[in-house]
Design a protein around this ligand. Structure first.
Ligand SMILES: Nc1ncnc2c1ncn2[C@@H]1O[C@H](COP(=O)(O)OP(=O)(O)OP(=O)(O)O)[C@@H](O)[C@H]1O
Length: 322
């Protein structure tokens, strides 16, 4: 069953188009990653889905219903983790979860929720004002899980979580999806979306520029990577690294070159190129940021002289801006 459906969803602030003509569907049982750089329109989209903002044009349907008419009934079926959710200073973690339970008239067991998100009883009984960012985020996720929602909408859920917390969060999202919940979460961290989502869309300047299964995106879009090479001396002047096939960007400081590559195979060419000109003393490979990935993707499309269509846009016969 379709949990989220938007058609032509648009939000303008005067001249600024925060979300433009967004067509999106998210099914129950799937985890959908909503990727985009800062200011792309992710939070605005979430606020439109939840009827916190009214669209300039277009429509939202949650479980086939117009949220404007169906809240608060729909609200009971939805768990929300807003961006930068700040708990009430004086209420304990336990009281936050109990409060959400009361608001939703849910029969959730508060201790089970606290345990599930990794807040031990001592922490759960402390005022949440003293929580670290990661603990507050765990609490926010716990509140979103109250009432066994059919749809989870999470805005940057991993912000502030350490690697352990991120792993635990991913496991919870997968359990929820396996249980039939639709999970929609926004992120600007590509690796996070890559590791947990079934499908993902990339938003840029308010427009959905790519949307596909993560498996397909991994082959076509999530290929950019970054390599940080430490060298004994950086060769003088232009030494041709930026012209190596597949090199998208080069940054340098005294002894380090940070090179964005269109795909992992380019890393070997980078090292070979440097090997002929200087001594490489260290090499660290890391995932590219969403901005780098997006730049590499759009550069590739442009270089191909491609029709610059994505899977979805191609289906719709639309051209994608680059
Ligand atoms: N109330 C508002 N009035 C005017 N412009 C706004 C308003 N809210 C958001 N915007 C603008 O709309 C665009 C999209 O903002 P939005 O917060 O949705 O982006 P985002 O993808 O969630 O960014 P981030 O990852 O930084 O949270 C931005 O250019 C932002 O400045």
């Amino acid at each position: 069953m379709t949990a989220i459906e938007t058609s032509g969803l648009t939000k303008r602030y005067g001249e600024l188009v925060a979300v433009e003509d967004l067509d999106l569907t998210v099914e129950r049982g799937e985890i959908y990653g909503f990727l985009g750089p800062n200011g792309a329109g992710k939070s605005t989209t979430i606020n439109l889905l939840l009827d916190f903002l009214h669209p300039t044009s277009g429509e939202v349907r949650l479980f086939g219903r117009d949220p404007r008419e169906a809240f608060p009934e729909l609200r009971r079926r939805i768990g929300i983790l807003p961006e930068d959710a700040t708990p009430y200073d004086r209420l304990t973690g336990r009281e936050h979860v109990a409060f959400t339970k009361a608001c939703k008239d849910a029969d959730t067991d508060v201790d089970t929720i606290l345990d599930r998100v990794g807040l031990d009883p001592t922490d759960a009984d402390r005022p949440a004002g003293a929580y670290s960012t990661g603990m507050a985020q765990r609490l926010g996720l716990g509140m979103a899980l109250v009432g066994d929602p059919d749809l989870l909408i999470l805005d940057e859920p991993s912000s502030g979580l350490d690697p352990n917390g991120m792993r635990e969060m991913r496991a919870i999202l997968r359990e929820e999806a396996d249980d039939g919940t639709a999970v929609f979460f926004s992120s600007h961290v590509l690796a996070e979306v890559d590791s947990v989502c079934d499908r993902a869309g990339i938003l840029d300047d308010g427009r959905l520029v790519v949307q596909d299964t993560v498996e397909s995106l991994r082959e076509s879009v999530f290929t950019a990577c970054r390599v940080e090479v430490t060298v004994r001396t950086i060769p003088d002047g232009e030494f041709g690294l930026a012209d190596v096939d597949g090199v998208e960007n080069v940054e340098r400081d005294e002894s380090t070159l940070r090179v964005t590559c269109a795909n992992p195979s380019v890393k070997a060419s980078v090292v070979a190129h440097l090997h002929d000109r200087t001594t490489v003393t260290d090499l660290v490979s890391e995932p590219a940021s969403i901005e780098e990935t997006f730049e590499a993707y759009t550069a590739d499309e442009a270089a191909d002289g491609a029709t610059t269509t994505t899977a979805d846009a191609a289906m719709a016969g639309e051209e994608v801006r680059t």
